[in-house]
Design a binder for this molecule. Structure first.
Ligand SMILES: Nc1ncnc2c1ncn2[C@@H]1O[C@H](COP(=O)(O)OP(=O)(O)OP(=O)(O)O)[C@@H](O)[C@H]1O
Ligand SMILES: [Mg+2]
Length: 606
């Protein structure tokens, strides 16, 4: 039925060709889009930009895409295009400058919520202007939106955004069903590509997260291995130290006793002095080994680390000499820690001496304190850390630093890189033991040539600092009281007996708890002090004391131990009201402790 005109192609034929062209254009855009979407991974912002551009060119109007915000409440425009730059700027300002609420009344929100496309053709100026304030009216009319079509972006049955196109100008043709099919098809593919890209991004994020967790796991495994190694060495060292304490007590005690007896000019004195010195060095070593194996008895106090550092200032300066500058940075409102004051000083001194040794040509030593909150994440990556409030003590030097291999071994007892006679390799193992025993942790950060930082974290307490108690002043160490001495190690019992008797005491001795009980039952006279070893076969010192104080409530008790058994010590902390004499025993220490206890007021009957 084509009407053939005089000139040019028949009208119907032209319309047909136009329609064909139109379909071809759309088909082209669709195939282009599909190809692009198929290859799209995380590039969808760029992709959407290309799509809106092509669609806008074809419809001869504008096109934009909005995506659902993460909180699910807004549609946020992410790409828009109009072939005319000035109009595009106006559109962006008027129509898509701000996110649209998902539950709003405008067509994009309706399309989004309903999951169906919305087609509004032949908008009247009144309809177009309705949502704008008067000062924008001229601009809105300038854009002249006339027909609009909105298609929801749907993936897995849910709307994830809206794709919209509009034709501007009073004379433009309305959008028809072919446009609807075209836009919906495009929207479906875009939605699929977007959700795929998101899935991919999620998977990549998850993978990265898993890799991070695996790395953290590897790190903690390494720390665990290290901790197990330290534990094993610690047990060995502790066992050796324990046995050595009894031996050293005998060596030291006899050398003291003999020296006391020898005349000042006796030629044997020098040799004996050497024996005593060797014994003392041995005692130092066992003390350090016990500290490392966390078997030192601690008498914790509530301390302010700033006070501790401050009180050591002079000593530290003397130690490091003049070529090393000391900087202190005390943390403000520093929390308190519960630890043994003597031990924490030892920690600081050992770290300071190491820092000094690492800076033979001078440098800077920094001592810093501060409150630190160690969170779950930190605890997960740092074995042995309990999350919570801590106090940090950091000691840094600008010295030689260490490589990784050295860092892995520094806390091992007897590991030293210093030349013979310069270091025993027990400094850091002592530090390690003390810090661990106080419930804390220690970490080293170092690089060859770039100095070293040791960070100690101790759990923070809310209690207030306690003043350090004063020792009783003694005028003499002699006495005439009756002491019941119970010790299963024969040489040690003999020498302790000798020391006490020599200083005026009356000593009854027993090899075991049973023997001591028998002795007491038979004896009428008073006993002033029970001096007993803690760990003995059959009956512990603690049990013996319990039974004896029931018979003789006035009896005072002094425990001797080289070790920290649960009998008198819990978690290595001395039970209240217990007095402990730590092995190895020397005459001085023994006599002092005995006298101190005998002269102490009877506040605590034990
Ligand atoms: N601040 C530091 N800078 C560089 N290396 C250090 C530092 N602190 C420790 N080290 C290294 O760790 C090793 C072990 O230290 P540790 O304190 O346990 O023993 P030591 O200092 O060698 O001997 P000791 O302390 O028993 O006299 C040192 O020999 C040294 O190699
Ligand atoms: Mg050292």
């Amino acid at each position: 039925m084509a009407v053939v005109g005089e000139r040019g192609p028949p009208v119907a034929e032209t319309a047909h060709e136009n329609e064909l062209q139109r379909l071809q254009d759309r088909f082209l855009v669709l195939t282009e889009a599909m190809q692009a979407f198929a290859g799209a991974t995380t590039e969808h912002p760029l992709l959407l930009d290309t799509i809106v551009r092509r669609v806008a060119e074809i419809v001869g109007g504008f096109c934009w895409v909005a995506l659902l915000s993460e909180d699910g409440r807004w549609l946020i425009p992410v790409a828009s295009f109009h072939p005319d730059a000035a109009t595009l700027a106006l559109i962006r300002r008027l129509y898509i400058a701000i996110p649209l609420p998902v539950d709003g009344p405008l067509p994009p929100s309706i399309a989004f919520r309903s999951g169906e496309h919305v087609l509004v053709n032949d908008l009247s100026p009144a309809q177009v202007l309705a949502r704008f304030s008067p000062e924008d009216h001229a601009a809105v009319l300038g854009v002249g939106v006339r027909h609009a079509l909105l298609a929801p972006l749907r993936a897995q049955g849910k709307s994830i955004g809206v794709l919209s196109m509009a034709r501007c100008g009073a004379e433009t043709a309305p959008l028809d069903q072919a446009d609807v099919r075209f836009l919906r098809c495009l929207a479906d593919h875009a939605a699929l590509a977007l959700s795929n890209a998101r899935l991919l991004a999620d998977a990549q994020r998850e993978l990265a997260e898993r890799r991070r967790t695996e790395e953290a796991l590897l790190r903690t495994e390494e720390q665990l291995r290290q901790a197990q190694k330290m534990e094993a060495i610690g047990r060995l060292a502790g066992g050796v130290a324990h046995d050595f304490n009894n031996l050293l007590s005998v060596v030291l005690s006899y050398s003291h006793l003999l020296l006391d007896d020898l005349a000042a000019t006796d030629p044997m004195r020098a040799d004996l002095e050497e024996i005593k010195k060797a014994g003392e060095r041995g005692a130092d070593l066992t003390r350090q080994l016990l500290a490392f194996s966390r078997q030192q008895v601690i008498e914790p106090r509530i301390l302010d680390l700033n006070h501790v550092v401050e009180s050591m200032d002079k000593m530290i300066r003397r130690l490091i000499g003049e070529d090393i500058e000391l900087k202190t940075s005390p943390g403000r409102e520093l929390g308190r820690v519960v630890t043994d004051p003597g031990h924490i000083e030892q920690v600081i001194l050992n770290l300071v001496v190491n820092a000094r040794d690492a800076m033979p040509d001078g440098g800077t030593l920094t001592i810093e304190t501060g409150n630190a909150e160690l969170d779950e994440a930190y605890a997960r990556e740092h074995l042995g850390v309990t999350p919570g409030a801590h106090v940090m003590l950091a000691i840094s030097d600008s010295g030689s630093g260490m490589d990784r291999a050295t860092q892995e071994r520094i806390f091992e007892p007897f590991f030293t890189t210093k030349e013979k006679g310069k270091g025993t390799g027990l400094g850091l193992s002592t530090v390690f033991g003390i810090v661990k025993q106080s419930g804390g942790s220690i970490w080293v950060y170092s690089e060859p040539g770039n100095g070293t930082t040791f960070k100690v974290y101790l759990p923070r307490t809310d209690e207030t600092a306690t003043a350090l108690g004063r020792a009783v002043r003694l005028t003499t160490v002699r006495g005439s009281e009756t002491i019941l001495l119970v010790e299963d190690d024969d040489p040690l019992r003999v020498v302790a007996c000798g020391i006490l008797r020599k200083n005026g005491y009356r000593v009854l001795d027993a090899r075991s708890g049973g023997e001591a009980l028998l002795l007491c039952e038979r004896l009428e006279q008073p006993i002033d002090l029970l001096l007993t070893d803690v760990v003995m076969p059959q009956m512990s010192g603690r049990e013996l004391a319990r039974r004896l104080t029931r018979l003789r409530p006035d009896l005072r008790v002094l425990y001797m131990s080289g070790y920290t058994e649960d009998a008198v010590v819990h978690q290595r902390v001395l039970d209240a009201g217990i007095t402990l004499l730590q092995k190895p025993i020397t005459p001085d220490v023994l006599l002092h402790k005995v006298r101190e206890l005998l002269e102490a007021p009877r506040a605590n009957p034990r």
